[in-house]
Structures are given as C-alpha cells and as structure tokens.
Design a binder for this molecule. Structure first.
Ligand code: GLC
Length: 449
C-alpha cells in the first residue's frame, strides 16, 4: 500500500465539511464548498519539505553589540557611529564548514544565513554595489563564499536571507527605483557567484505594505539563474502564513503555529516553514536569558511536522562568529533525539500528514506503508512517591487509521505495544511508561499493517 500524496490528503476526512482553505493567495480561511483539485508540489518544493529542519543564522555588525539585530533602529544608534562597527568586524571565529557540521549534528538539513540584514551590511563582496560590505572590514573574506562552500562540503543545503528593508542605504528613502535596482543587482550576485543556492528568504516588505517592491523582476532573476531555488518572503509576525506573491514557494510562520492544511483548490502547492529563535532575539543578545529547552524545541519540531511544515531554528553567533556554547549544546541534544527516532531517513523528514489525529498534541504521519504515531506527555516508570506524574501512559486513541494495523512498537527501544479498536472507530495505542532512565519528551511508535 504505497499511497500517493494525493490519496493521503484525500484521507483527511475533511472533504465536504468546512474546509480550512486559503484563497488563491492570502490568509488561510474556512470555506464550505467543493474543495477542487489538489495541486502537486513542484520538485523544488517537495525537496524543501523533505529537508524538514533547518538552522537560521542571524549574524552581522550588530552581533558585536550583543543586544539584538534591531539595535541600530530601536536604540537610535546614529549611522556614523554604527559604521564604526565595520572597523572591528574580524569574523575571526566564523567557519562555514563548522556551522554546517553543527547543523548536521543537530539533524538539520539546511542553513538559512543572513547575507544582509536591515542594517544594510553585506557579508559578501558586493563588487562595488555598496561600501557597507565585508571587503571594507578587517575580515577581508567573502563570508557567503565561506558559508556556501562549507555547507556543500557537508551535504547541507545553503539558503540565503536577504533583507528588502534597508536602514542605511540612502536610496531606500530617496530613490525607490534606484533602491530596487540595487536590491536586484545584489540578489543577482548571490545567484551567480556562489554556486547552487537552496533558496532565498526575503524579509522586510511588511515595512512598506503599499509600496511596489517589483517582485516580478526580483523573483524573475532567481528563476532565471537558480531555477531550483525556493523563494520565500516573510509576511511578518501576526500574518499567520499569508502567502503574498504567486511565485512564493513556502509560507512563513514567524514564531507561530502551522496548522494542517487541506490544499485542494490551491493554484499551487506551497510549503510551510515556521521560524523560531532559541531565546527572544534573532541576533545575539547577551542579556537575554530566556532560552528554550531541548524539550521545547523537540515539541516545536513535532508540532511543525504534524502540519507538514519545516522548522527553521535560529542561532545568533557572537561578535566574532562562533555559535554560543549553550545554543550548540541545545541543538546537539535535539540531534540526539532525532537519531533515536529514525534519523536521517526517518518519519521526521519523510513522514507526511495524512489526517491521523490523536488527542491533545498526539498525531500520526504516514511514510510509505507505515504509520508513525507521536505520543506526548508520557510518564516515567518510577516510584510515584518520589517522581511527579504528568498525563500518563495507557489508551491513546487516534482517528484516521482505518486500515488493519497489526503491530506497534516504540522506535526508541523496540518494545511491542498493544493496539485495539474502539467502538467509535478510533485505533487505540496502549502506550507504556518511559523505562526508568529515559524520557524522550515525545515518543514515537511505528505501526505496520
Ligand atoms: C523579523 C525581524 C528580523 C528577523 C526576522 C526573522 O522580520 O525584522 O529581525 O530577521 O523577523 O524572521
């Protein structure tokens, strides 16, 4: 039983009811009508969806100040003073290959690195397009070349974040057409000087909602030079997955929550990606102690995959370009969890949403003729006088599993689990407690027919 994607989404059981459907391009909305045709994902979109988990990197001049990437704007730093940061930008600890190795250990398959952020400073040689670039710092290396080569050497897909909003380039204020040409010339360099790029991640159109961003021309360049590259444009906090231009290949949910979507009736199959920070800033903020835990990141990752969306998790390197030790350790821990749950070729990357829904946060993904059930909030086998209990083991019912499922085993230790069918048609997994000495936050069971 090898189901195609079309059949999978046909199995959501939502057809005919009030469907969660977006209009042609725009916010998701609920409609109650004929769901229409299901579009097929283009090869580049399908490839992106299989990448599953990526690393976002925010790094620039601002990293030397250690108070977030918006510091110039929010702390009102004058341009002349800010420009002084060019003189001290050494990138002494930046190593694209090391970054890619960390991504790999974390189970991440792509890295989206800032090439230029809102401050207007480019980490690459702009070949005279702007003075605010890495060639005019003591570093003297083209860091985007280092990054893209490092990624490819490790089998990691490099993607590039490009700001569309610019706080320092005069043209952004006084010569809109000129600014658009500068932006396109910059992107054309990124398209032609650094080999195959997995995708371009634009950010900033939300700053002037009514302006003409000349997106046709910008995206046309990418389609011309890098036809395999994905095009993303962050619609901003609170937009909740708004799509924007028809060339966009993936929606973004900035620190949001992607929900499973039935794509019948869409003009094209658009992927989903949720970006998140490990604390509350994208660029390093040394006084931000409000960090996520590995458990939280594991749950976020599962929450994204439940909806078929990718998770793009941000790190904020130091002034000199090293990933802070806590962030490194946290991501490595998440990588250990992924290796325990099928690793590289497992359900996290290749499993597809197929309308399998448990109670609470529990859900299932289908991979070929198998199903993987993701079970949350299990307890430890332990002395209950000494260990706090959360929602426990026992019956975990799942809807959307009509076939005759014969065996169920935990992925982490191979223990066989009981399956029964309830009168209401749901399939019930009898989840056991964590063996003492383990607690994997979300536990995954494999079902075979
Ligand atoms: C916002 C911020 C920006 C950050 C981005 C990441 O748009 O302006 O600093 O790069 O979100 O999603």
């Amino acid at each position: 039983m090898d189901l195609t994607r079309r059949q999978l989404l046909g199995r959501t059981g939502l057809a005919g009811a009030g469907l969660l459907l977006p209009p042609a391009f725009g916010r998701w909305r609920v409609v109650a009508q004929d769901p229409g045709e299901l579009p097929a994902p283009s090869p580049r979109v399908a490839r992106f969806e299989r990448l599953g988990f990526g690393m976002f990197v925010h790094w620039g001049l601002y990293s030397q100040l250690g108070r977030g990437e918006w510091t110039m704007n929010l702390h009102g730093v004058p341009k002349a003073e800010y420009a002084g940061l060019m003189q001290t930008f050494t990138a002494a600890d930046f190593n694209g290959r090391e970054l890619a190795r960390l991504a790999k250990r974390a189970g991440m398959k792509y890295v989206t690195h800032t090439s230029r952020h809102h401050e207007g400073f480019s980490l690459y040689d702009t070949r005279g397009l702007s003075k605010w670039d890495v060639t005019n710092t003591p570093c003297k290396r083209d860091l985007i070349a280092d990054f893209t080569e490092g990624c490819r050497a490790e089998g990691i897909v490099p993607m590039l974040y490009c700001t569309t909003l610019d706080w320092t380039d005069e043209r952004f204020q006084s010569d809109w057409k000129g600014y658009q040409q500068y932006l396109r010339a910059s992107v054309e360099l990124l398209c032609t000087q650094y080999g195959p790029i997995g995708g371009f991640w634009f950010d900033g159109n939300w700053s002037r909602k009514d302006a003409d961003w000349e997106e046709d021309a910008l995206y046309g360049l990418i389609r011309k030079h890098q036809p395999q590259a994905l095009i993303i444009n962050n619609t901003g906090l609170g937009a909740g997955g708004e799509i924007g231009h028809p060339e966009i290949d993936s929606t973004t949910f900035e620190r949001g929550r992607p929900e499973p979507v039935d794509r019948h009736g869409h003009p094209k199959w658009v992927a989903g990606e949720m970006c998140h920070t490990l604390n509350f800033h994208w660029g390093i903020a040394v006084k931000d102690f409000n960090y996520l835990s590995p458990a939280h990141v594991i749950e976020e990752l599962c929450g994204c995959r439940r909806a078929g969306a990718n998770l793009l998790m941000n790190v904020g390197p130091t002034a000199t370009g090293a990933v802070p030790p806590y962030e490194t350790a946290l991501l490595e821990k998440v990588g250990d969890w992924i290796r325990l749950h099928g690793g590289d070729q497992g359900p996290l990357y290749r499993g597809l949403p197929a309308g399998i829904q448990g109670e609470g946060r529990d859900f299932g993904l289908r991979l070929g003729d198998e199903v993987y059930l993701f079970v949350h909030d299990l307890t430890l086998t332990a002395d209950t006088r000494a260990h706090a209990q959360s929602r426990g083991p026992g019956a975990r019912p799942f809807a959307g599993l009509d076939d005759d499922w014969k065996t169920a085993t935990w992925l982490d230790d191979g223990e066989a689990l009981k399956l029964v069918r309830w009168g209401d048609g749901r399939l019930v997994l009898h989840a056991t407690k964590y063996p003492y000495g383990t607690n994997t936050v979300v536990r995954v069971a494999r079902l075979k027919a």
